[in-house]
Design a protein around this ligand. Sequence first.
Ligand SMILES: Cc1cc2nc3c(=O)[nH]c(=O)nc-3n(C[C@H](O)[C@H](O)[C@H](O)COP(=O)(O)O)c2cc1C
Length: 224
Amino acid sequence: MGTVKRQPWVVGVSGASGTPYAASVIRALLAAGEAVDLIVSRAARLTILDETGISFRDAHWRTDLAAWLGTDEGLDDVRYWPAGDFAAGPSSGSYPAKGMLVVPATTGAVAGIALGLSKDLLQRVASVTLKERRPLVVCVRETPLNGVTLKHLVELDAHGAVVLPASPGFYAGGSTVRELVDFVAGRVLDAVGVPHSLYLRWEGELGAAARRADGGAASTAEGE
Ligand SMILES: Cc1cc2nc3c(=O)[nH]c(=O)nc-3n(C[C@H](O)[C@H](O)[C@H](O)COP(=O)(O)O)c2cc1C
């Protein structure tokens, strides 16, 4: 029996608005020394194109991913699987994945995972993750939510997935879009115990994060 060397997190990017959340999660996983197996749904190509101007191509995924992430640092730790490839490694429970992060998750992906449809590799790997009792984080992005999706989310929660809405908190002192995106990405990593420094944590003092983010200027002003 061979020893397991590489144990990646599978990142599934589905076609919801919010591709910056996925980019932040991938960058932070790589920065933490984690390996990443990446799946980009067909619809996600449209959202990546819409939100970044990048055409994400299977044959040129490395170049396109580097452009999307804004860096090629850590890309040697990324393995890319086309969304139609049901023979891909992570489609089997015997593949040594640590778990899966669906970021962002469409209501369609939420439904497909809750119902076990496996209509593409992303949904198949999510089903495998649940059956293997590995961590599954579903970062849903839609507003408002209809009753059908709410039921599917309850179903996912009941089966052990972490339902993590792409809903930034403002208590961490973030004011730029990047900081708010990183807050959500940081909560995704928190859900699976991967260390990061994507946002300032609550320390039990009102306004403290805002003051720290401000470099102490606010607290100085208050003290004057
Ligand atoms: C620009 C754009 C933005 C979209 N944003 C969302 C969204 O925020 N949430 C959502 O559930 N679907 C959204 N959709 C629709 C999904 O892409 C569509 O339902 C698709 O079938 C989902 O497929 P997938 O789950 O395989 O990625 C969006 C589509 C486009 C083109």
